[in-house]
Design a protein around this ligand. Structure first.
Ligand SMILES: CC(C)(COP(=O)(O)OP(=O)(O)OC[C@H]1O[C@@H](n2cnc3c(N)ncnc32)[C@H](O)[C@@H]1OP(=O)(O)O)[C@@H](O)C(=O)NCCC(=O)NCCS
Length: 340
């Protein structure tokens, strides 16, 4: 476990801008009824998802990531040439090699800064934000672009109703920069982050083939072993427990109580998971910024997309206290408390 507590009282890095992007094509539950044995009623009742977005054949993850990044840079009032680092949370990069982040870097016309991917699945954005926070707070980086992007519709087995109804495509981005005027914990910025993984659960959510353990073969492709496999029930139980415990951890590190939280910006895998998290943290559901109904599970994009929507529609205001929490394949999970 890694928890990042400030040894000083004031937050040193803050969110300067947010951006989001979703592809145009909408795939409704009704569309999926024509593909697999499922129903709109089952999907809505068991997950809270009504529709999701699907990237066009011409779009790759870095295209979506770049679109979200440009919006975040614009809101931050920062030009791409001022960036010190680009971090992308993704498991659906354009290619196995090189990183999605260098494609974003090229799209933005930037050179000579580090650009790398984080493979922490749905927790990828939180991992990236935590790393950015360390560099900015220590003064080793000024402006860091952190992106969560997933093009998961390309990684689905469209014959498997237990996974294909859940996921969607999208990207979200933030620009993190120094908070020169921070005096105490009431100042705006990242107050705490905590990260965890448990490799004993690695098989519960995975893509079995296509790596060095099981290189891709024709047989593997036929058996869809290059697509997402998930033990949903197992993940569900772990998700509720770990999202709650890491949230409590992040709140304690930040020195705030759950009751003080203005908005919860959580990874959105299943509305029932979030309802149980809300109940255990004793935070009402109307404090959650939700997008699962429209976008499904967009993995690492889910938190920055929801954040961007909340900021742009005026729900999230400067000074609001945000709790972020995510869990995904690994298992990897984490939480953060941010005064926006
Ligand atoms: C996947 C998930 C939605 C399944 O919901 P669930 O309520 O746990 O459903 P179960 O897996 O217990 O399955 C119940 C039944 O519904 C069926 N079912 C599964 N998917 C279905 C679908 N799309 N449509 C209709 N029926 C479906 C199952 O086959 C099972 O049928 P059976 O009882 O005849 O065996 C849920 O487990 C989940 O959200 N898991 C966590 C996902 C997650 O957090 N992932 C990590 C982050 S990416």
């Amino acid at each position: 476990m890694i928890t990042m507590t400030r040894s000083f009282p004031a937050p040193r890095s803050l969110l300067l801008g947010t951006g989001g992007y979703v592809p145009e094509q909408v795939v409704t539950n009704g569309d999926l009824e024509r593909l697999v044995e499922t129903s709109d009623a089952w999907i809505q009742e068991r997950t809270g998802i009504r529709e999701r977005r699907k990237a066009s054949d011409q779009e790759a993850a870095s295209d979506m990531a770049t679109a979200a990044a440009r919006k975040a840079l614009e809101m931050a009032g920062i030009s791409a040439s001022e960036l010190s680092m680009i971090i992308v949370g993704t498991i659906s990069a354009d290619q196995p090699l090189p990183a999605c982040a260098v494609h974003v870097q090229r799209n933005l016309g930037v050179t000579s800064i580090p650009a790398f991917d984080i493979a922490a699945a749905c927790a990828g954005f939180l991992y990236g934000m935590s790393i950015a926070d360390q560099f900015v707070a220590r003064g080793q980086a000024k402006y860091v672009l952190v992106i969560g992007v997933e093009l998961l519709t390309r990684l689905m087995n469209w014959n498997d109703r237990t996974t294909c109804v859940l996921f969607g495509d999208g990207a979200g981005a933030v620009v993190i920069g120094p908070n020169a005027e921070a005096k105490d914990r009431t100042a705006r910025g990242i107050l705490s982050t905590c990260l965890f993984s448990d490799g004993s659960q690695a098989d519960a959510l995975c893509i079995p083939a296509g790596g060095s353990r099981e290189p891709l073969t024709t047989e593997g492709i036929e058996q869809r072993r290059n697509k997402v496999h998930m033990e949903g029930r197992e993940i569900f139980k772990n998700a509720v427990r770990n999202l709650v415990s890491s949230s409590i951890n992040a709140l304690e590190q930040a020195g705030v109580s759950a009751g003080e939280i203005t908005w919860v910006v959580a990874h959105q895998a299943n509305l029932r998971i979030l309802a149980q998290v809300a109940q255990r943290l004793e935070v009402p559901m109307d404090k959650f910024i939700l997008n699962i109904e429209r976008y499904g599970n967009t993995s690492s994009a889910s938190i920055p997309l929801a954040l961007d929507e909340g900021v742009r529609d005026g729900r999230i205001k400067p000074g609001d206290l945000l709790l972020m929490t995510a869990l995904g394949a690994g298992l990897s999970w984490g939480s953060a408390v941010v005064r926006y």
